[in-house]
Design a protein around this ligand. Structure first.
Ligand code: CP
Ligand code: NVA
Length: 305
């Protein structure tokens, strides 16, 4: 792989290798520190949207691996406004050894990759969040020992996170089901991509409109915000449409006692997830957030070292 853009065009075995590498780098870091395999290398980080986890975990991952990172916020480069996306890619890639970009339009990540001389990593677009999904698989593997045969139930919006989690499940042998309100299903094209990989790897992918229908036999219950970045003007409408899709104690009582709850964060406590569940025994959301850094070390060292 040259870039890390969407998981749809990745090879399942290569992703498996990334997960093994992430586990090894996590253990190495905990045992005293990582080898400086990215010494002398700098990651340019383009952000068109806010971030806590992605921004800090990428920067710390680079530093732990002996490299450096430069933050380029929305006001600084004006991606596609002050300068065309291909020109930003041509210029930035002559200074840095890798580019991470968080954008609105997924096509901007594709254009960066097309015109960059160095690897490009998608740090979230309106369509996908592949770094998140790799960290999620790491979290599930740590919890259950292995991924194939486990079942994940996604409750809520069929958004960028749902899309990447569906693709990751298909690659790693995890059965995926999703319950969304009508009109908020996963995008048909991405559903097709995930279904094709799922079929190849012998896993299932199911769509529902009732959360109760999918949580009973799930090992992992996953949710995300009902209002993604860029959808703020739909807030009132969405809060109404997603009533009944909250991950709360009542929903969790229908799930297996040893199931875990994931959320990519930031959480809107009291909306898609309650305090009781977020802070409860089944929650692994903060381990999951930490794993962003470990998973990204694997991506960075695989692409940049
Ligand atoms: N989960 C995630 O990507 O968090 P940030 O938006 O804070 O980066
Ligand atoms: N779906 C959310 C994820 C945030 C990490 C968003 O796009 O805002």
């Amino acid at each position: 792989m040259k870039h890390f853009l969407d998981l749809a065009n990745c090879d399942s075995d290569e992703l498996e290798h990334l997960l093994d590498l992430a586990l090894r780098l996590k253990a190495e870091w905990r045992a005293g520190g990582n080898q400086p395999v990215l010494r002398g290398k700098t990651l340019g980080m383009i952000f068109q949207k806010p971030s806590l986890r992605t921004r800090v975990s990428f920067e710390m991952a680079m530093k732990h691996l002996g490299g450096d990172a430069i933050m380029l916020g929305p006001q600084e480069i004006g991606l596609g406004v002050r300068e065309s996306v291909p020109d930003v890619a041509r210029v930035l890639s002559s200074y840095v050894q890798g580019i991470m970009a968080r954008v609105f339009d997924h096509d901007h990540v594709l254009q960066l990759a097309e015109h960059s001389r160095v690897p490009v990593i998608n740090g979230l677009s309106d369509d996908y969040h592949p770094c998140q999904a790799l960290a999620d698989m790491l979290t599930i593997r740590e919890q259950f020992g292995s991924l194939p045969g486990t079942k994940l139930a996604f409750v809520g919006d069929g958004n960028n996170v749902a899309a990447s989690v569906a693709l990751a499940c298909a690659h790693f042998g995890v059965d995926f089901s999703i319950a969304t309100p009508e009109g908020y299903e996963m995008n048909g094209r991405i559903r097709g991509q995930a279904a094709e990989i799922a079929q190849r790897n012998g896993t299932t992918m199911l769509m529902h409109t009732r959360p109760e229908a999918i949580v009973a036999d799930a090992d992992v219950i996953y949710t995300d915000t009902w209002v993604s970045m860029g959808q703020e003007d739909e807030t009132q409408e969405r809060l109404g449409e997603f009533t009944g899709f909250q991950v709360n104690d009542a929903l969790l009582s229908r799930a297996k006692p040893n199931s875990i709850v994931l959320h990519c964060l930031p959480a809107h406590r009291g909306e898609e997830i309650t305090d009781d569940v977020m802070d409860g025994e089944q929650s692994r959301v903060f381990e999951q957030a930490e794993n962003r850094m470990h998973a990204q070390k694997a991506i960075l060292s695989h692409l940049l070292a």
